[in-house]
Structures are given as structure tokens and as C-alpha cells.
Design a protein around this ligand. Structure first.
Ligand SMILES: Cc1ncc(C[n+]2csc(CCOP(=O)(O)OP(=O)(O)O)c2C)c(N)n1
Ligand SMILES: [Mg+2]
Length: 329
């Protein structure tokens, strides 16, 4: 068991509460102007919205080992990844609101958060982040840098060709890559067992010569420990690793999902394994956190989000005549 200090535990806790605070607010703001008919184009945050609520332990446990110059490729569900990597909330929320002050000047929105300074990118094409992370890892190796590339993906994406080609190349070239599969049981409404006969995606590592482990994704400390080993391996030039984190999203695939595919009582059961509550309880047992401290962290993060939201709302939209700037046309 990796030695854990109060400082590290507190850092993990604060990051998870920050992610949850952003998304709890977005879960309200998103519906402004959209109801009663659910007009997806209406309101201050038009378009689709995929929340990460419930999976915070995965992004947090992995990114806690990363430096600013390490590369992360996310997915369509990446608020948690970019926050755990250290993004400023103001430009992040401004991007989600489609504003000129956003990370991508409002061109990207919630699914296309990109922060060059943080070496972070994500997007809506399932499994597309993997080849990008392999490319980043190849560049790092060619330049003799001790940087690491991380690709997050869902268990659905692990059935895409890009996943298999990426693992194969990364292992053959011994690249500094960590692949993190977040198995939240579903790809949209399709349960894992309907799209693969493989029980655990960690088993797939051996097909490519990649060390792989399965961890409880609701337990941020388990993720933190596995990621510590994988990131160290990559940084020391020992090649790629695969982490399969079994987790659960507490909200639908996207906001507006009727969730007719869930088993009765399933979500309620998983909510008993809220990663924030679980870590908070462990810390309280250790004497590392009091109820008052937990409340003040929650209040601090709620305030941070309120400031970022105010910034986003007050910011201007890009002018229509700028629509084709900065894009391939
Ligand atoms: C190449 C491609 N195919 C299909 C889609 C439509 N799509 C969006 S999300 C998704 C499911 C992804 O499931 P998973 O990888 O498990 O991630 P999760 O949503 O569970 O986080 C699909 C099929 C897409 N965006 N890109
Ligand atoms: Mg999934």
C-alpha cells in the first residue's frame, strides 16, 4: 500500500469536490430556457451535455500524479479530467457558455475543451484521443523528455479499432503512455456485455504486452495507487500501462436521457459508493477531516464556481463574422 499523507488525501478530496461543484451547477444551468419541451438549442448552454458526476475518483486519482507539462487526452465526458489536470474555472465555464473569453474562444463548447498550456485536449469522437496520446508519447520519447501522456476512454471506446492499434504501437515502441479505461457499465444505453465477450478490459492488456490492472473507480485511493505505479513506469522509460477503473455515472449518458435501460435500484445501490463520501469518511476516521472543514471546502468550491459562472455570463459572445476564424474551411 502506497504511503498516504493527510496533504495528499486533502488534495484529492478538494479536487473531487471542485469537480462535483462545477457539475452540480451545470446540471441546473443547462436546463435554463430548454424546458418544458427540451429544446436542446435553447438556453445559455446549448447543445449536448455529458456530466461526469460519480466518476470523480478516476480523473482525480490519475491526474494527481501528473505535472503541468504531461499530456492528457480526454473524451466527450471530460469536465472531471480537465479540472483534475488543473484548468482555471473561468475560461472553462466561459467555453461551456460559448463565450469569447472561453478556452477556445467559444468555438468548442463543453465537448471540446482544449488548453494548450495544460497540454490537455478532448473531443466528441469516441476513441479519438488514444492515437493523439500515442503521438504525444512518441514525441516525448523522441525528444528524450521524462513527460507522460495519459488517455482516458470509456469501456465502449475500448471496442474501437483505435484503442487496439494504439496499445499495440505504444507497447512496441515502449512509449510513456498510461491508458485509463473508465468502465461505467454503459456506452449510451448499451451495457458492456452486449458489445464485448471480454469480462474485464484489463484482460486486453496481455494481448499487447501491456501491464494492466483493474481497480475500484469509486475508491480514489485505489485509483491513486494504481496510477502512481503506471505513471512512474512511463516516466522511467518502462513503457505503457493500462488501468481499468470500474465506476458509475450518477446521471444519464447525456442530460435529458430517460435512462430506461437501467436495472431497478441499480443507481441507488451505486450511489452508496459516492467517491467523495467514501474518501470523506476515511479521512474523518483518520482524524484528517472534520464536518466543519468538509463544509468549508464545499462552500469554497461553490463560491469559486459562482465567480466563474458570473464571468462566463458577463463575457461577450464571439461576433458572427468571426465564425470562420481559427477553423479549417
Ligand atoms: C466514433 C463515434 N462513434 C459513435 C459516437 C456516438 N457516441 C457518443 S458517446 C458514445 C458512447 C461512449 O461510451 P463509452 O466509451 O463507454 O463512454 P461513456 O459515455 O460511458 O463515458 C457513442 C457511441 C461518437 N461520438 N463517435
Ligand atoms: Mg461507458
Amino acid at each position: 500500500m502506497m504511503a498516504l499523507s493527510k496533504d495528499i488525501a486533502l488534495d484529492l478530496y478538494r479536487t473531487m469536490v471542485k469537480i462535483r461543484a462545477v457539475e452540480d451547477r451545470l446540471a441546473v444551468v443547462y436546463y435554463e430556457g430548454k424546458l418544458p419541451a427540451f429544446d436542446i438549442a435553447a438556453g445559455p448552454v446549448p447543445g449536448e451535455m455529458h456530466l461526469y458526476t460519480g466518476q470523480e475518483g478516476v480523473a482525480t486519482g490519475v491526474c494527481a500524479h501528473l505535472r503541468k507539462d504531461d499530456f492528457v487526452a480526454g473524451t466527450h465526458r471530460s469536465h472531471g479530467h480537465i479540472i483534475a489536470k488543473g484548468v482555471e474555472l473561468k475560461p472553462m465555464l466561459a467555453e461551456i457558455f460559448g463565450k469569447k473569453t472561453g478556452l477556445c474562444h467559444g468555438y468548442g463548447g463543453h465537448m471540446h475543451l482544449f488548453d494548450a498550456g495544460l497540454h490537455f485536449g478532448c473531443g466528441g469522437i469516441v476513441a479519438a484521443g488514444l492515437p493523439q496520446a500515442v503521438g504525444a508519447a512518441l514525441a516525448m520519447k523522441k525528444r528524450n523528455e521524462d513527460r507522460v501522456a495519459v488517455a482516458f476512454l470509456g469501456e465502449g471506446a475500448a471496442n474501437a479499432g483505435a484503442f487496439h492499434e494504439s496499445l499495440n504501437l505504444a507497447a512496441t515502441w515502449k512509449l510513456p503512455l498510461v491508458v485509463v479505461i473508465e468502465d461505467n457499465l454503459y456506452a449510451i444505453s448499451v451495457p458492456k456485455q452486449a458489445s464485448t465477450a471480454v469480462k474485464s478490459n484489463a484482460e486486453r492488456g496481455s494481448a499487447y504486452g501491456v501491464p494492466a490492472v483493474q481497480v475500484d473507480g469509486q475508491d480514489v485511493l485505489a485509483v491513486y495507487e494504481a496510477a502512481g505505479e503506471a505513471v512512474a513506469r512511463a516516466r522511467q522509460g518502462e513503457g505503457p500501462s493500462l488501468i481499468e477503473a470500474v465506476c458509475y455515472r450518477f446521471r444519464g449518458h447525456f442530460e435529458g436521457d430517460a435512462e430506461g435501460y437501467l436495472l431497478k435500484g441499480e443507481k441507488e445501490d451505486w450511489k452508496q459508493k459516492d467517491p467523495i463520501v467514501l474518501l470523506g469518511e476515511k479521512m474523518k476516521t483518520q482524524g484528517w477531516l472534520t464536518d466543519t472543514e468538509a463544509e468549508s471546502i464545499q462552500a469554497e468550491m461553490t463560491d469559486l464556481v459562482a465567480d466563474a459562472e458570473a464571468f462566463a455570463r458577463q463575457s461577450p459572445y464571439p461576433a458572427p463574422e468571426e465564425a470562420l476564424d481559427n477553423v479549417f474551411a
